[in-house]
Design a binder for this molecule. Structure first.
Ligand code: PLP
Length: 404
């Protein structure tokens, strides 16, 4: 008889965004005349940059000609893309990362969920609380998280690092020593960042404890402040303790195109084994590469035209972030994030729970956000709004909230 992976049964409730979708659909069906504005899910709304589109077209045409047709991509990704990434995202910032330390993938969600496979199941993970749910859920599925403690909303074998107003929504070094530490800056959901010197403390700690940091830099393009690092490899010694995840989704709008990459420096060794070689083995066994046309589109992001167009796209969303931040502040809300990130994290008013505020916004002003409690127990009493809407919708949504 076939037996299922019972660890899946430990996952609590339905996935946050399914629950939001269900509530919004029910409300929309009952109120067909209402214009609902969605500032909930972190999906982009603006079209791909023109340079990306023209490269996609060119690459598609190549596939129609025998001489330029491409089949399976190389295991790590095409050299032209890995070289562009190494030059622009790393060497231009003084980080010594080479193209063969970069693994091209179809996005940071898969990589952030799959990377745990190269580690033993008896490692203890530490995560920020609140947190992007994939880090915890993928470890639950792998049997590494222990049991779900219903009344606490956490897993028995996971080290949670509270990110609260008191800590500036950044984690502090935990008292129990983790083996794997998930960090994400600029942060989803809080929009918080850490300075280079603060991140250096984590790198030093991980090296001292021989832990590994999985650093999710999906929102790196939104960084505005000088002392906020774009990559963990800006910190000395990160190449012996950190894996970095990147996405083309939030900078260049590839959420529906799918492209990302993971960096594993060759110097990163645990128990005498190179993690680069383990991930290379995993990648070549279970993955057949991002499409050629998509990798060509990704390379366009690093052309001069592409860089200017991506910057304009990010600036567009950051204008929304500023409007949300200023509007809510003026209306008396306690808000953070939105400066180096497309997420605004607000304290729910009048001691409402996160889901109470969700219902309140949906029914009173027809605006959809994301309840903070969906990201972990310390997200309770908070609410996330995203800057990924159109200008018009963002302005209308904030004006509605402000006049509530
Ligand atoms: C922190 C974080 N990492 C990764 C992802 C997923 O990125 P991708 O679209 O590349 O899979 C998201 C998407 O919302 C995210 O918020």
């Amino acid at each position: 008889m076939t037996k299922i992976n019972k660890d899946y049964l430990k996952l609590p409730g339905s996935y946050l965004f399914s629950m939001i979708g269900k509530k919004v659909n029910e409300y929309a069906a009952a109120n067909p005349d209402k214009k609902i504005i969605r500032l909930g899910i972190g999906d982009v709304t603006q079209p791909l940059p023109a340079k990306v589109i023209s490269q996609l077209h060119e690459a598609v045409d190549e596939m129609a000609v025998k001489e330029t047709f491409k089949g399976y991509a190389p295991d790590l990704g095409y050299e032209f893309l890995r070289t562009a990434i190494a030059e622009n995202d790393y060497r231009a910032r003084g980080c010594d990362i080479s193209p063969d330390e970069i693994f091209v993938s179809d996005g940071a969600k898969c990589d952030s969920g799959n990377i745990q496979e190269i580690f033993a199941t008896d490692n203890r993970i530490a995560v920020c609380d609140p947190v992007y749910p994939v880090y915890v859920d993928s470890n639950v599925m792998a049997g590494r998280a222990g049991d779900y403690i219903e009344d606490k909303g956490c897993f028995s074998n996971v080290i949670y690092m509270p990110c609260t107003a008191e800590t500036g929504f950044a984690p502090e070094i935990p008292s129990e020593v983790p083996d794997i530490i998930y960090l994400c800056f600029p942060n989803n959901p809080t929009g918080a960042t850490v300075t280079r010197s603060e991140l250096q403390k984590w790198v030093d700690y991980a090296n001292e404890k021989e832990a590994v940091i999985i650093y999710d830099a999906a929102y790196e393009a939104y960084i505005r402040q000088e002392d906020v690092p774009h990559s963990i490899y800006e910190c000395a010694g990160a190449d012996t303790c950190a894996i970095e995840l990147h996405s083309f989704s939030k900078n260049a709008g590839f959420t529906g195109v799918r492209l990302g990459y993971t960096v594993i420096p060759k110097k990163l060794v645990r128990e005498g084994v190179s993690l680069h070689s383990l991930w290379a083995r995993r990648h070549s066994t279970k993955y057949n590469g991002a499409p050629y046309i998509v990798q060509r589109a990704g390379a366009a992001v690093y052309s001069e035209e592409g860089k200017a167009q991506v910057k304009a796209l990010v600036d567009y969303y950051m204008e929304n972030a500023t409007y949300i931040l200023n509007g809510l502040k003026k209306a008396g809300y306690t808000v953070s994030g939105g400066v180096n990130a497309p997420y605004i994290w607000l304290k729910t008013p009048d001691n409402m729970t996160s889901w109470e505020f969700f219902d309140h916004l949906l029914t009173k002003v027809n605006v959809v956000g994301t309840p903070g409690s969906g990201f972990g127990p310390h997200g309770e009493g908070y609410f996330r709004l995203t800057a990924f809407g159109s200008h018009e919708n963002t302005v209308e949504a904030i004006d509605r909230i402000v006049s509530m």
